[in-house]
Design a protein. Sequence first.
Length: 105
Amino acid sequence: MPTKLDAHRVADALDALPGWSGDTSTIVRKVAIDEETSNEAVEKISVVANEMNHHPVVDRAPGVTIFTVWTHSQGGVTDLDITLASRISDILRQHGIADPTDADA
């Protein structure tokens, strides 16, 4: 069973996940991405999510895709969410979506 993280552990995890924000309830990454690239990335993310049996909420608008992750059964962010967020970031990098830098913040 996934372990729900306290605020300190979520903050530490977010420090290691550029572009992600959130708190103990959810973590979120918003990316500027064209529709074709978004479709390709979301398809690969879906494969990973199915393998993990853990799925992000994906919201799309023209030029923007937002990934929201939390564990419903635990009522907040767990270690499984951090792993999924990391995998999402890896896939986004593979599709040319660079992690934001401090200068972008």
